[in-house]
Design a binder for this molecule. Sequence first.
Ligand SMILES: [Zn+2]
Length: 429
Amino acid sequence: MPSYRYFWWLCLGFSTFPVFGQGFKPPSPSSVLQYGRNIALILCSPEFDGRGYVNDGCSKAAKFIQEEFQRLGLSPFKGKHAQPFYLNVNTFPNKCIVRTKGKRIEPGIDYLVHPSSGDYRGILSLKKMSAAEIMQYRFGGSRSSKEAIAFVAEQKLSKDSLRMVRVKLEKIAQTDCAVIEFTREKLTWSISDQAFNFPYLQWRDTVQQKFPKRIRCTLDAELKNQIEVANCLGFIPSINPSDSLIVISAHYDHLGRMGKKTYFPGANDNASGVAMLLSLAREIMQKPLQHHSLLFVAFAGEEIGLKGSFNLVESGLLDLDKISLVLNLDILGSGEEGITVVNGSVFPEYFKQLVQLNESIPAVPLIKARGKAANSDHYPFSEKGVPSLFIYTMGPNKHYHDVFDRYENLSFDRFEALHYLFLRFLNRF
Ligand SMILES: [Zn+2]
C-alpha cells in the first residue's frame, strides 16, 4: 500500500483520486522518472477503469489530464482546454461469466469476448465445424438461438486462411448464431463501434482438454451511441513571437472493462506515453522553446480507429501549414532494445537528427526507422503532409492489449534518458 506521505503528495500535488499500488516506494516529486512513474501508476489504477467507456473511465482520465495541464501552468489552446467529439462503442458493462461443467473460466486469461459481441444469457450447445465447413456455411438457415458454432483452428491452417475464416465467423455472429472460436494464439483484445446480434467468444484452447458440448454464458453487452469524449489540449507559447507550432501527442484512452471484474490497465499502451507527454510539458513550462510554440494533445478514441486525431486534424482548429513537427508518443514504458520511429524513412532529415543526438548521449542502444503506418495518432497528420514521427520503445515486455499490460510490468528502463533526448531534439528546432 502507498505510504501516507505518498498519498498526501498525490492529494496535494496531483488530484483527489486515490491510488493503490503494491510495493510502490514513495518518490520525491523532483525527478523526471518518479514523476512519470506516478502519472502512469495513477492512470493504470482501477479508479480509471482502463480508460474506456464503462464507468466513464475515459472521461475521468481526461479530467485528470486537463487538471494536470492546468496545475503545471499550461494555457488553453485558442481558448479551449478540450476538443470534444462523439463516437459509438460496444461495451461490456455488467456480467461477463462463462461456465463449463459448472466451472467458471477466467475472463481476460482463458477467454475474451469479441469486441463486437452481442449479449447472451443461458446455455449454448456447441456444434464443431472445420475451416472448410465454415467457409461453405450458408446464411439464413434455421439455426436455434441456443446453438453456437465452435471452431478449433486446425494446426495446418495458414495465417491467411485463418483470417478468412475469422471474417466469415464474424459475419455469422453478426446475423445468424453464436460463435465460439478456440485459439492457440495469445489473447489480444480491441474495441469496436459496432455490435453483432449474437455472442462471439475467443477461447484459449489450452483451457479445455476435452471439447465442451455445452457452456453457460452470462454476457451483458451494450452498444453506446454518440457518447461524448474529448482530446485534452495544453499550450506553451514560444519565447520569441512565432506562428510555428510543434505538436506533442499521446493517446490516453484504452480498452476499458470487459465485465465488472476485468479491466485492461493499458500501462505501456498508453499510460506510459501520457507520462512522457506530461513530463515534457512540466519541463518545457520552465524553459519554453525560443522559436516554436508547443501544443500538447492527449488524444481520446485512438483505440477505436484514431478517432481523436482524425477529429482534430479535420476540425479546422489547427493551421496544418504552420506545424513544424508532430511527435507522437505511444508505448514508452521500456526501451531496453531501443526505439522505433514510424515515418523515420518518410522524414529522413528528422530521423537523422534524432540518431545523431542519440550517438552523443546515448539514450537508447538502437533507433530503428520504419515507413508509413496507420498504427497511431501521427497518421492523420502525415496523411495531410505534416512532418510527423511516431516513437515507441522496444524491450522484453510484450504485454499488449491484454490484462497483463499493468503498471508493475513497466520497466521504465529508458524513460528519463528518452525524456532528455526528446528535449534536446525539440530544442534543435
Ligand atoms: Zn496505443
